[in-house]
Design a protein around this ligand. Structure first.
Ligand SMILES: Nc1ncnc2c1ncn2[C@@H]1O[C@H](COP(=O)(O)OP(=O)(O)O)[C@@H](O)[C@H]1O
Ligand SMILES: [Mg+2]
Length: 253
């Protein structure tokens, strides 16, 4: 590990009863990098993200955040977890709270900021996702795309070391996907360290430092976007990319 290594995933294994879901996953994420993870449904992508933030601890292997182990039994999990942002497919906003309060609650309750500081931070995060004009709306008064932008602001307001995204646009109507991807591109370009599970290959092509193709709990192939779009090496990745192209069109469209 050098100074710029933010996250290390080392030989992570995870099973549910007899079902082996992750079978020795390893990768590193450096400061400012965007890693895109993709692969078929059921390949273990969500489980991997849940292992990284210890919502579902791995059975074997190690997770290090700036060199500090989350998997060590003596780790202060809550403290370390507060440095890992998470953006879910299903937004997970508090329905009874306005957008600004959804964003401020983490800085206030978890980081212990004063109410004023937490609200200031929340306002800045909402500005980043272009939601300042909706900050006093409740989630039900927002479109799915707007709710997800609040979800991203909520993660950003914690100023985490890394943000994990689990298919952040896959629950959205097609016409709302673009605004969320644009916000993600914007924050990627500000140097936010991100691990993004997504099948949006246009996003991957634009900002991924590396793409990781997973299938059946293993990393089958990894490389730059240029590598994958010039033609994957493994038949499984090739077939999957072809299928995505049929579903979503080419990445540069
Ligand atoms: N809590 C759980 N209990 C039992 N099986 C699970 C659980 N979570 C995930 N799985 C199984 O693990 C496999 C990988 O799931 P998941 O990580 O959600 O894949 P992906 O996100 O790539 O679609 C699937 O077969 C799924 O049914
Ligand atoms: Mg998933």
């Amino acid at each position: 590990m050098d100074m710029s290594t933010v996250l290390e995933v080392i030989d992570v294994w995870k099973s549910f009863d007899t079902l082996e879901v992750l079978k020795g996953i390893s990768f590193e994420v450096n400061e400012g990098e965007v890693k895109v993870i993709f692969g078929p449904s059921g390949s273990g992508k969500s489980t991997l993200l849940r292992c990284i933030n210890m919502l579902d601890p791995p059975h074997q292997g190690e997770i290090l955040l700036r060199g500090e182990s989350l998997t060590d039994p003596s780790a202060d999990i809550n403290k370390l977890r507060s440095r890992i942002g998470m953006v879910f497919q299903s937004f997970n906003l508090f329905a009874h709270m306005k957008a600004i309060d959804n964003v401020a609650i983490g800085p206030r309750k978890v980081l212990g900021l004063s109410k004023e500081d937490a609200l200031n931070r929340a306002a800045a995060a909402l500005e980043l996702v272009k939601m300042s004009d909706r900050s006093h709306h409740y989630p039900a008064e927002l479109s799915g795309g707007q709710q997800q932008r609040v979800g991203i602001a909520r993660a950003m307001a914690m100023e985490p070391d890394v943000i994990l995204f689990d298919e952040p646009t896959s629950a959205l109507d097609p016409e709302l996907i673009g605004e969320v991807l644009q916000v993600m591109l914007d924050i990627a370009k500000t140097g936010t360290t991100m691990v993004v599970v997504t099948h949006e290959m246009g996003f991957a092509r634009a900002v991924a430092s590396e793409m990781i193709f997973m299938d059946e709990g293993v990393i089958v192939e990894r490389g730059t976007p240029q590598h994958f779009f010039a033609g994957a090496e493994s038949p499984r990745a090739m077939k999957f990319l072809q299928r995505l192209e049929v579903l979503y069109g080419q990445a540069d469209e």
